[in-house]
Structure formats: structure tokens, C-alpha cells
Design a protein around this ligand. Structure first.
Ligand SMILES: [Zn+2]
Length: 298
């Protein structure tokens, strides 16, 4: 793999598009564009193409372009099948970006790209078997076994594993991990019990740390549910390392330590994975898109 090649990575989020130019792990240029999803999916698609052509014009020597998006992704054919956030409906991004720039284009899923980036260059460097869990407004995972990413369109959807929360999930079911452990769902549960108006998990954690018992209960339930899903993941995949990313991972040891303890107390003969925080922050998807771009070069 020619890691000395300059590549463009584009990570399409619900609010903004992070685009960058990199050589291996070294990011040499970044630019952000508003996704503008409030103006509809066509506008968001045009914003992605604007990002691609803008960076392509600034760095014509870039060898390939990687684009990653949320939702259901067909990486092989380069199609954004479905996105709840940005309303993508079978958008052939790989073809569109190739037609626009003439460069080889790789396409993939944002969280799986983040998992690859964290495993190659971030918190999981040196490990071949890792599980990356992104906990933000949603929850998804990336599975890497013997250095190879599980890249099927529906792989890693741990946010919809049943933790018997009794709460409704955006997917239509009841009891999913996302119904209890995302930032917004932690806030929602606290607001319901305490008649408050918190916006995210961070406020609930802060209240808990200052002695609010309801906040502590809500936080602990959210973290325990994550521990349950990760314990199931350990039994199924035996990762050497579990990397926690996304907005909720800013809770640091308040997230990692109780999850570590939960997993430890629910394993007996199995080897314990290391539980760590992601290192690349919100650049992981963009850097992963760059890694995918390199792979498009063959
Ligand atoms: Zn669900």
C-alpha cells in the first residue's frame, strides 16, 4: 500500500462535512463545509461534491478520494442506501465523485472508517482485533478482526441490541441500547424523572458528580447498558481492545472505569480486552476516509 501518497478524505456528518488532505496519519490540510440537510438530500449531496471538487482543485496531485457517510452504506458499489439523518436515498456517491474529479474513489461508512483510523493510527495502534464503539446521538460499532474491517451494510449496529430498557427507540422497537445510552436519551430520561431541561449526557454526569442521586441513577443505567452490549461483543468477537469514541466519550474515566468494571465482573475464563478512549477525536471518520482512499488505489 503506497502510504506516501497524498489522499483526500471526506466525512459527511449531519451538521458538517469534514474534508482533509493527508499522507498516512499526517493531516496536512482540513476544510469544513455545512451539510445543509435542512435544505434536503439533494443539497447535501451537492455540498459533498463541492467539498470534493474544492479539495481536488487545491490538491490536484492527490491520488484518490475517500468519502464516508452515516446510515446504511453499500461500500462495494459506492452507494448511500439510506440515512435517517441526511435523508440519503440510494445516492451513488462513488460514481458521482469519480465523474467530477476523474480520481479513484472509495466509499464507506463513517463509524467503520473511524474504527479503522483509530485501530491503525489512534488508540488501537498495534492491535489486530478491535471493536470501536461510537456513542453520540446514536450508537454504532466497527468490528476489525485480524486487521480486516467487517464492512457489510448492516454490520456493527450495536445501538439496536436489546438491553431491556423498556424505552422506545427511534428504530421503532423498544429496549434498544440507543434508547437509554446516547447523550440525548440520557438527558431525556433525566428530564422525565427530574422535570428538568438538560440537553445532553454531559449535564447529567455533572449533576451526578455534584450529588444528584437521580442523575447518578440515570447515568449508571446508561453505562451499565453499554457494559452489557460490550460484554456480549467480547463473548462473540474477543477483541483485544475496545475503543470508545463519540460525544459521550468526553466523560473519560466516568465512562471507561464503570464499563471496565462491568465487563470484568461478567467474564470468567475469557481474556479481558483493554477499554480505552478514542484518540483521534472528530477527525477519525475523515482520516478513515483517507485510509479507504488509499485502498481504492489497490
Ligand atoms: Zn433501536
Amino acid at each position: 500500500m503506497p502510504s506516501t501518497e497524498l489522499v483526500i478524505g471526506i466525512d459527511v456528518g449531519g451538521t458538517e462535512i469534514k474534508a482533509g488532505v493527508m499522507r498516512g496519519a499526517e493531516v496536512i490540510y482540513t476544510e469544513r463545509f455545512p451539510t445543509g440537510r435542512e435544505n434536503g438530500a439533494d443539497h447535501a449531496v451537492n455540498q459533498v461534491l463541492l467539498a470534493a471538487s474544492s479539495l481536488h482543485q487545491t490538491f490536484p496531485e492527490a491520488a484518490a478520494i475517500g468519502v464516508v457517510v452515516p446510515g446504511v452504506v453499500d461500500a462495494v458499489n459506492g452507494i448511500a442506501i439510506y440515512s435517517e439523518n441526511i435523508y440519503f436515498d440510494h445516492v451513488p456517491f462513488k460514481q458521482l465523485v469519480h465523474d467530477l474529479t476523474g480520481k479513484p474513489v472509495a466509499f464507506g461508512h463513517d463509524v467503520r472508517a473511524g474504527g479503522v483510523a483509530e485501530t491503525m493510527y489512534g488508540a488501537g495502534k498495534g492491535y489486530k482485533n478491535s471493536f470501536f464503539m461510537m456513542i453520540g446521538t446514536g450508537i454504532a460499532g466497527a468490528v476489525i478482526i485480524e486487521g480486516v474491517l467487517l464492512d457489510s451494510p448492516y454490520g456493527g449496529e450495536v445501538g439496536h441490541m436489546d438491553v431491556a430498557s423498556g424505552l422506545p427507540c427511534a428504530c421503532g422497537l423498544t429496549g434498544c441500547l440507543e434508547s437509554i445510552s446516547t447523550g440525548p436519551s440520557i438527558a431525556r430520561e433525566y428530564n422525565k424523572r427530574a422535570d428538568a431541561n438538560f440537553l445532553g449526557g454531559r449535564e447529567v454526569l455533572e449533576a451526578s458528580l455534584s450529588g444528584d442521586l437521580v442523575a447518578t441513577e440515570v447515568w449508571n443505567s446508561a453505562v451499565k447498558a453499554i457494559g452489557q452490549v460490550l460484554t456480549a461483543t467480547v463473548n462473540l468477537l474477543a477483541p483485544e481492545i475496545i475503543i470508545l469514541g463519540g460525544g459521550l466519550s468526553k466523560a473519560g474515566s466516568h465512562l471507561v472505569d464503570p464499563i471496565d468494571q462491568y465487563i470484568d465482573s461478567h467474564l470468567t475464563f475469557q481474556p479481558r480486552p483493554k477499554i480505552v478512549l478514542a484518540k483521534l477525536g472528530d477527525s477519525s471518520g475523515m482520516i478513515g476516509a483517507g485510509i479507504f482512499a488509499l485502498r481504492a488505489l489497490g
